[in-house]
Write a protein that binds this ligand. Sequence first.
Ligand code: PLP
Length: 401
Amino acid sequence: NSILSSVLPAPEDPILSVYYACRDDPSPVKLNLTAGTYQSEEGKPHVLEVVRRAEQQLANDLSWNKEYLPLNGLADFNKLSAKLILGDDSLAVKENRVVTFQCLSGTGSLRVGAEFLAQHHQQRVIFVPNPTWGNHPNIFNMAGLSVEHYRYYDPETRGLDFKGLLEDLGAAPSGAIVVLQACAHNPTGVDPTFEQWEKIRKIVRSKSLLPFFDNAYQGFASGDIDSDAQAVRMFVADGDECLIALSYGKNMGLYGERVGSLTIVCKSEDVAKKVESQVLLVVRAMYLTPPIHGAAIVTTILKNSDMYKDWTIELKGMVDRILSMRQELYEALQARGTPGDWSHIIKQIGMFSFTGLNEKQVRLMAKEHHIYMTYDGRISIGGLSSKTVPRLADAIHAVVT
Ligand code: PLP
């Protein structure tokens, strides 16, 4: 008599099924462009040099130990993470109305924020962009929130559906939570301009919606940490509330360390204290305290002005390589005379390109060319190199002609 044998298999995850198909493909030239991780020109996982240095420094520091962290994580890490997002001279920080919690990367920060909102916010509807990162609905549904979509991408123009976005947010129920990707939108690579952000801010505030920023790519859009935080800072500058999930997965290449933060900006110090006490209850029941190593690496780098500078140079180097891969791919398609307008490849922002290939073409790319991408036609530009661009361009040319 088995209790567990009645468990039904979970529905197939489309991203994982592409991942497995690639893993099981014996071709020596297979190319995996599904995952959003930055690879070196040699196609290998890339560890930042400044991260290696920080780890060496930590290994030699005998005052360092492996005791439990407090429930909210490393204090310096939290202070420096709030500063990274909100800026050096944030009024909200000075007024002590900001609370930050070290969490398990971007995903864990979103999950803790969602759990807190599910318990303490009357309005359980949360709006995410259409399309958005595939895990957003899972995270919010599992916390008991009710996920709706707002229009974001227009396949016709391969740009932002700004009118649709404003209409949908304008029609959202008062108090609804709105997930806004702070920069380098995944999967579309399309971000609002700053003028558009200002209009979004106005509608969010006038409808009393609660913005929840997903800041998974700070620095990866423009190569500059401060420019990429500008949309978030516009919202914080108006003195109203918001939540921000920050990940160090991409911008420090610390994917597997699971290090990130949840920052909650409140209207007063008194509110911030109450919010903090409740988030700590959520954290305590979910995992007690966060892991130490990744947060120690981040803190070592952010604290030391030389290491911070070296980090920003390495980050800019990653962004520049991605930009040159975009350019090379665009030029390779031009050179082949591939039908269609491919300028979106150089216009889109961040780690991904939404190629416009349909599911049938994506399947052909895998079957005939051993090139793997998500079924929505998204490729990770961070997984390309000068060596692999010509093969990709040949394959795209073949499947669209
Ligand atoms: N948010 C977005 C938009 C992402 O694309 C990702 C990762 O791909 C994440 C959050 C979470 O990443 P992590 O949990 O590794 O920080």
